[in-house]
Design a protein around this ligand. Structure first.
Ligand code: AKB
Length: 315
């Protein structure tokens, strides 16, 4: 059985990725680690977990060596909006953390390192509609700069040392367990909480802002596919993935089918400029063709499922 390390297990994706991977690899074989966010009981009660700071190479070495890790998921990251407030911290966590993970992984014979990139790797000079996998990467945010640098760094470790590195360029992730923090696409999660709790929401992006998104179950499947699929299927190290694209107004209209009383105001803030520099929609045909990416959720199915899950949880 594979031994898996998840760095950043307290985050929006990590907190659901750990239980998902434990179903596949067994509770004891998936080690959850965190640094800042408290790990949820769904993680700490069912399998191994510990404090780990990816900026500390010695503690990374210790856990990868002692636990004979085969697969590393490096999920710890500062997102786009926080990155604009603290650019140097974003560089430190996103890049110095990543190079430590890559360096220790290649020294201790880790089989695969899976590290999410983002649509933030694209910028205003990239074609914004149906953005191809291979295209111009000139981001204008610090977060985006760390994603482009990270993609190149991960590929370098493959070319130089043969360490298999795989990255998906994630769009906004919509999920019902752990809210995201510090991103530009966060509105698409916040709105569900506010719609259910208060029937009103003030959106920090304009109504006509269109962004690509992905629902958590599809996101988790993508992470598992990167660990499980035959390496020969991957013809590149970075893949565009997407599940849907919608404007803030289209999301509101869809939620109103379930919660007609919802009232939304639009008050764009500094995150509007970030959103305007990103693609509206993504071409993920290479992921579909090369390793069988096949997301299940569209806007209607995601909205229905989010409202059902969150309504139960918030009660
Ligand atoms: C963000 O909004 O910063 C992230 C992302 C698209 O990578 N969700």
């Amino acid at each position: 059985m594979k031994r898996v390390l998840v760095i950043g297990a307290g985050g929006q994706i990590g907190s659901e990725l750990v239980p998902f991977l434990r179903k596949k690899y067994g509770n004891e074989n998936v080690i959850a680690t965190g640094r800042r966010t408290k790990l949820p009981e769904t993680i700490t009660e069912h399998g191994p977990w510990m404090y780990l700071d990816a900026l500390n190479q010695d503690s990374l070495k210790k856990v990868i060596y002692e636990k004979s890790i085969d697969i590393v998921y490096h999920m710890a990251s500062i997102l786009s909006a926080t990155g604009e407030k603290m650019p140097q911290t974003a560089w430190d966590i996103n890049i110095n953390g990543l190079i430590n993970v890559l360096e220790v992984s290649r020294r201790y014979d880790v089989e695969r390192v899976i590290w999410p990139s983002s649509i933030a790797a694209f910028g205003p000079t990239t074609p914004r509609e149906n953005t191809p996998n291979e295209t111009i990467l000139q981001p204008t945010t610090m977060y985006g700069i760390t994603k482009v640098a990270g993609e190149l760094l991960a590929e370098y470790y493959f070319k130089k040392y043969g360490l298999l590195t795989l990255s998906m360029r994630l769009p906004g992730i919509i999920s019902s367990e752990t809210p995201p923090g510090g991103g530009t696409t966060d509105y698409a999660v916040e709105i569900f909480y506010e719609a259910i709790k208060h029937k009103k929401y003030t959106c920090f992006l304009r109504e006509d802002t269109m962004l690509p998104m992905l629902y958590q179950p599809d996101c988790l499947q993508c992470h598992l596919d990167f660990a499980e699929k035959d390496p020969s299927l991957f013809k590149r190290h970075v893949y565009n993935v997407t599940g849907m694209s919608f404007t803030a107004g289209e999301l509101v209209a869809e939620i109103k089918k379930h919660i007609p009383e919802l009232k939304v105001e639009y008050k764009p803030d500094f995150r509007q400029e970030i959103a305007d520099s990103w693609p509206k929609s993504i071409d993920d045909s290479l992921a579909r063709k090369e390793w069988g990416w096949n997301p299940k959720y569209d806007l209607a199915a995601m909205t229905k499922d989010m409202i059902e899950k969150l309504s139960k949880r918030l009660k």
